[in-house]
Design a protein around this ligand. Structure first.
Ligand SMILES: [Zn+2]
Length: 120
């Protein structure tokens, strides 16, 4: 039996997940990129330096697993930018990347390691 139904569940995400245009209006222009190009034309920044408005990193693990520092933890990085179409301006996520990171490294990254207060 064959089926033409293509709605098979996406069981696996392929990283990086890239959205190269605005999901609302389809524009490929993003605010920080446009400003980067402007600055690059003046020689102030390298032409292709990556620019994002906001970055969010989310470890996919429960806190105790991170605190124990024993396992590898998938870390998702969401890069947000704003559509440069003045009639749109939607915030979206051009790139989502995944890294698998030792929990001990993650502890340092999110400042969970105990640091002694300086002096006193
Ligand atoms: Zn848009």
């Amino acid at each position: 039996m064959t089926t033409d139904n293509q709605e098979t569940q996406n069981e696996k995400l392929d990283f990086p997940i890239v959205h190269d245009k605005c999901p609302v209006c389809g524009s490929t222009k993003r605010v920080t990129e446009m400003l980067r190009d402007e600055q690059a034309a003046k020689g102030k920044v390298p032409k292709d330096s990556p620019m994002i408005a906001l970055r969010a990193m989310t470890p996919i693990a429960e806190l105790p697993a991170i605190m124990l520092g024993l396992s590898m933890i998938p870390l998702l990085t969401f890069d947000f930018d704003v559509c440069a179409n003045p009639d749109c301006g939607v915030v979206y996520c051009p790139t989502i990347t995944r890294q698998d990171m030792p929990a001990s490294t993650l502890q340092q990254l999110i400042g969970m390691t105990q640091t002694k207060p300086a002096g006193r």
